[in-house]
Design a protein around this ligand. Structure first.
Ligand code: G3I
Length: 357
């Protein structure tokens, strides 16, 4: 390369990248090998045909989780019809690139099809529908999806520590509404019947620190373990807002859950930042964000039972945060909209490369 061309390339890179950093020789995925930590990300199959999306995904991660396409509205569009096509696309990609696949999610109060939510089914009918759904979906991916979020967000935000009122629990529910968490237990047992090898997780938002919600989940998991209900792990979503994560409390929480003998996985990590009309965050916020990614990785690595860190998408081009915050928040992920690594990427990669203490 002539020196003039060289200077041009350097200037162009500086202009395009803004606060992005350059790619290290060792990818995130390679850096995680020493600790055995799984490094995952949520994916949308519609983007897999985009070269940079696919190449970044395959290079940097050893685990994927479909962000939306295993949810009821996509995979079970009619009562008697399942559509696995988009889930299978993710599965094919993962197989080709030697990645593990997490499944998300079998039981949730959102993204359910109208035939279900407006069907006015009795509890007995709903129980049959849910059992058929869990067994069909888990059965389809038997031996392929290694871990499932069986139940997602069953505890309430407004009444911390209490179970959420949902179609599955008490509206009208599957017939166990007066028995606390026993409707959740039933779901885990159905999933286990469909694939006895799959790891079964309970996944939750805003339960990563010690608080009334995580206290309630802790009590449920301890009870399930004592009675032999097949639960293998707890997923903490970790959508970090307000540039603040209470790391000491997160550490204490991971400690108490792993002490129960279950795995903890960080399942939906992102760190939302305020952004301007162009979608850009301030450089100082990108540094704060990097520090949060680093601290969360270090906390997870400190506990052998914390087995995975998964981000909720990997490029700021496609993150749920923008459309769910009227575009006032964003820039939450490891790569910018041009697939350039951000300070958060370096921070996470370096933390993971350092391995477990
Ligand atoms: O399916 C329609 C499509 O037909 C339409 O063209 C398009 C136009 O916007 O919208 C599509 O629906 C979107 C759906 O995802 C499927 O892609 C919705 O608008 C969108 O709001 C929906 O958002 C998802 C959200 O869950 C639903 O609550 C996000 O992508 C997804 O990141 C988010 O993920 C959740 C986890 O499952 C559970 N934990 C919280 C996390 C963030 O909210």
């Amino acid at each position: 390369m002539k020196w003039t061309t060289h200077i041009f390339v350097l200037m162009a890179s500086a202009l395009c990248l803004g606060s992005a950093t350059s790619l290290p020789e060792q990818s995130l995925r390679e850096a995680s090998q020493a600790s055995g930590l799984l490094i995952g990300t949520a994916v949308r199959p519609a983007h897999l045909s985009e070269t940079e999306y696919a190449s970044t995904l395959a290079r940097e991660f050893n685990m994927v989780e479909p962000e939306d396409v295993l949810k009821w509205e996509t995979i079970h569009p009619e009562r008697q019809a399942f559509d696995f096509s988009q889930g299978d696309q993710v599965m094919d990609f993962a197989t080709r690139h030697n990645m593990k696949v997490r499944g998300h999610t079998l039981v949730w109060h959102q993204q359910n099809p109208k035939w279900l939510t407006e069907g006015k089914y009795t509890s007995t009918e709903l129980a049959q529908i849910l059992e058929q759904h869990i067994k069909t979906v888990v059965g389809h991916y038997r031996g392929k999806i290694f871990a499932w979020d069986v139940v997602n967000e069953a505890f309430d935000e407004l009444h911390p520590g209490e179970l959420r009122s949902t179609i599955w629990r008490d509206q009208p529910g599957i017939g166990l509404a007066t028995n606390g968490t026993s409707y959740i237990e039933r779901c885990f047992r159905w999933a286990h019947e469909a694939d006895p090898q799959a790891l079964l997780f309970y996944n939750e938002a805003e339960a990563e620190a010690v608080n009334p919600k995580s206290d309630a989940i802790y009590a449920m998991v301890r009870d399930f373990r004592q009675r032999g209900v097949p639960i293998d792990g707890v997923g903490f979503q970790m959508h970090v807002a307000h540039q603040h994560a209470d790391v000491a409390s997160i550490s204490a929480n991971i400690k108490r859950f792993t002490a129960l003998g279950v795995q903890v996985q960080i399942t939906e990590l992102d760190v939302a930042l305020p952004v301007n009309a162009q979608g850009n965050a301030r450089p100082e916020d990108l540094q704060l964000q990097a520090d949060i990614y680093r601290q969360i990785a270090s906390v997870c690595l400190a506990y052998p039972g914390c087995t995975a860190i998964q981000t909720w998408g990997f490029t700021d081009k496609y993150s749920w945060i923008g459309s769910h915050s009227k575009q006032t928040q964003g820039a939450a992920l490891l790569f910018d909209r041009n697939y350039q690594p951000k300070p958060a990427y370096d921070a996470l990669r370096n933390a993971v490369a350092a391995g477990r203490p």
